[in-house]
Design a protein around this ligand. Structure first.
Ligand code: PXG
Length: 311
């Protein structure tokens, strides 16, 4: 292709770039992705001092927005970070970011950091939190995972102690999960099963875990070291609505190995069947009947439930 170096061509190209480049909400402004930058003195970067949420929109419906904003507010409250925007303002900013990027189906990352401060741990030096919202196309697990199920592995890194960094908080301190992810990937697995310090099943690096045994859907209580997943709760609600008994139960690897079915839940993964754990086949080794029923019920829910926006 001939390169036209005339200034008029350059102008046209830069306009095109501006139109196609993703816009990021950053402290009240919408800036192109390439200009969306935060300071090296931001405590979110220096210390992982901040909170975040991962949200999805499906065909112009933001799924469980209220629940995600509530969890963000609770995480912020516990770390004594005052959110500079109300839930309503944050919701409006999320919707506006989705609209400006003309995204029907998207992944939304909302991040609030402690903000710019001195080189010291004390958050008092941070004058104002940094808020940014990234909306982007969602990267999905391969289709085959949903059709045939996943194979996961337990890793040596145990989940954070609730008395240290409570896994119930969705903070920017994700090194615990990242270490587990690295260990899984080192063994050629995509997802890691994490136990707590007592050896009980906690969760995976970015997903909650469920089993089905004798027709009962079971998941570890969050006090054992798991995030109170929004998808996890949606699945418990759907189980109830579909007359499938469900319970929170302390689970060991032995319980998992001998389950009839297993699956993971998360905003990114949705509901994904697990058919092998640490080399042990789960049930028949194929996605189970109740898992498939819940997968389909969840898909229906995401199609009809949520905050609607128009492009
Ligand atoms: N446990 C952990 C540790 C998580 O980070 C979940 C469970 C599932 O929670 P929700 O509310 O999403 O059902 C999460 C959520 C990513 C990614 O980029 C991770 C999450 C969400 C979205 C994207 O890997 N984690």
């Amino acid at each position: 292709m001939a390169i036209n170096r005339s200034s008029s061509h350059k102008t046209k190209k830069s306009v095109q770039t501006a139109q196609t480049e993703l816009l990021v909400y950053l402290n009240g402004e919408f800036v192109p992705k390439s200009e969306a930058k935060v300071s090296v003195f931001d405590h979110g970067l220096l210390y992982g001092d901040g909170v975040f949420e991962g949200i999805r929109s499906y065909n112009c419906l933001v799924f469980k927005l209220k629940e995600h904003l509530m969890r963000l507010a609770e995480s912020a409250h516990t770390i004594m970070l005052q959110l500079p925007l109300t839930g309503e303002q944050l919701g409006d900013a999320i919707v506006e970011t989705l609209k400006r990027n003309r995204l029907r189906d998207a992944y939304v990352r909302v991040v609030v950091t402690r903000g710019v401060g001195d080189l010291g741990l004390d958050p008092a030096s941070c004058k104002a939190p940094t808020v940014f919202i990234i909306t982007d196309k969602i990267i999905l697990y391969p289709e085959s995972f949903y059709r045939n199920g996943m194979d996961i592995i337990t890793v040596p890194t145990v989940r954070n102690l609730p008395e240290a960094i409570n896994p119930a908080l969705k903070t920017l301190n994700y090194l615990n999960n990242i270490m587990a992810k690295i260990e899984a990937k080192n063994s050629n697995y995509r997802e890691a099963l994490m136990l707590n310090h007592q050896g009980y099943v906690a969760e995976c690096t970015g997903d909650n875990i469920f089993i089905v045994k004798n027709g009962i859907v079971q998941t570890p209580p969050t006090y054992l070291g798991a995030l109170r997943g929004i998808t996890r709760q949606a699945i418990m609600d759907l189980a109830l609505r579909n007359d499938i008994p469900s319970q929170e139960r302390v689970l060991t690897r032995h319980d998992l190995f001998n389950a009839d079915e297993a699956f993971l839940t998360g905003t990114a993964a949705e509901v994904v069947p697990v058919v092998k754990i640490d080399g042990r086949k789960i049930g028949t080794g194929k996605p189970g009947k109740i898992t498939r029923k819940l997968m389909s019920a969840f898909q229906d829910l995401t199609r009809r439930d949520g905050l609607r926006y128009t492009l």
